[in-house]
Design a protein around this ligand. Structure first.
Ligand code: ZN
Length: 361
């Protein structure tokens, strides 16, 4: 019950962030927000808690109460304890929120990204024209007027992808300035709503970016012409642009090792290795904070190759409990077929997998 409610709230938070400035919740609330609020009130009455009185209060609960709060009691085997739906600093949907909102039969936000890319592929074919568009979207979550005079700008590609961009929403501006994280290239916001002074004073605790996990050695870029700037849809920012760096690192590792591979058609960051004998070996790349939800997604995304190496950022794979949560959430039959790895470990893990295959034969 609590898990289901948590997911409904995640969807509400994700959807509200798309449609309006989050600081302006006025009555009447959008339908899905009113429904989520009603369900929360019912749930509170069931468990004997004082319910939230308004949408702003519910939003604040989503910021303060994590998945493992007794109110939701989402099992740790599904969502990392401590994960909130609204980021405490950025006051925006967290990455975990979008991942929770993508969990379930209709696939939510992540499915939206997949649909947009599939449509693009249908329109432009599976060949280089589509790959160019995809690469552009992945590398340009934010586009500025001045980029259009750069040497690598392609007018043809822009005309195919520009419908995926929109003006910067008010909610991402601070005193008419747009902040961009120098590491992930995604939007950033300061804790107290004031443009941070450049320099070492902008510490981790003061700045949020959509990537959430970025180092804060450098202050955010300040973009002072927001009306000359366009932003990619959030679903593609999170589920295409964010994992793109890992995808490039994984591909580089394969290239350096001389392992031949080809991009699989379809919206996923997926590759099939060549010359693997009778065994079909795929590589899929993800940047997900929630390992159990990733495992569930992979389990549901049939058909899988004989063996799939699932590449995630090293910083996540090395996190306490990440690998275990991923493996535990897989059905026993898939545990040998899905290998969680990182760009650095990819080639050694492939070698190990190949050796096991030979030993079995
Ligand atoms: Zn970042």
């Amino acid at each position: 019950m609590g898990s289901e409610l948590f997911r409904e709230l995640a969807r509400m938070v994700a959807a509200l962030a798309e449609v309006q400035g989050l600081r302006s919740f006025a009555l009447p609330y959008p339908g899905l927000a009113q429904r989520a609020l009603d369900r929360m009130v019912m749930h509170c009455l069931d468990v004997g808690e004082t319910p939230p009185r308004s949408l702003p209060e519910l939003w604040e609960w989503c910021r303060a109460r994590p998945a493992d709060d007794p109110l939701f009691a989402v099992p740790a085997s599904l969502v990392t304890p401590g994960a909130t739906l609204v980021h405490p600093v950025g006051r925006m949907p967290t990455r975990s929120c979008l991942e929770v909102a993508s969990h379930g039969p209709d696939g939510g936000v992540a499915a939206d990204a997949r649909t947009l890319l599939s449509d693009l592929e249908v329109r432009y074919g599976t060949g280089e024209r589509y790959r160019q568009c995809r690469r552009f979207l992945a590398r340009h979550p934010v586009v500025r007027q001045r980029d259009r005079f750069g040497s690598d700008w392609s007018k043809a590609v822009w005309s195919r992808v520009k419908e995926f961009y929109g003006p910067l929403p008010e909610s991402l501006l601070v005193d008419s300035v747009f902040l961009r994280c120098p590491s992930c290239g995604l939007p950033a916001l300061p804790r107290d709503g004031a443009v941070p002074v450049s320099g070492p004073s902008a510490t981790d605790a003061d700045i949020w970016c959509e990537g959430e996990e970025c180092p804060r050695d450098d202050p955010p870029d300040l973009i002072r012409d927001p009306d000359q700037t366009w932003i990619l849809r959030r679903s593609l920012r999170t589920f295409l642009a964010l994992p793109h760096r890992i995808e490039e690192a994984a591909r580089d590792a394969l290239d350096r090792a001389g392992i031949e591979h080809e991009a699989l058609s379809g919206p996923l960051s997926a590759y099939r290795l060549r010359d693997t004998g009778p065994e079909i070996v795929d590589i899929q790349v993800y940047d997900r904070l929630q390992p159990a939800l990733l495992a569930v997604h992979l389990t549901d995304s049939a058909p899988l190759a004989d063996r799939t190496l699932v590449v995630v950022p090293a910083v996540l794979a090395g996190r306490d409990g990440y690998r275990e949560a991923f493996t535990d959430a897989l059905p026993a039959l898939l545990r040998d077929r899905l290998v969680l790895t990182t760009p650095v470990d990819l080639v050694p893990d492939l070698g190990r997998a190949r050796k096991e295959e030979n030993d079995d034969a």
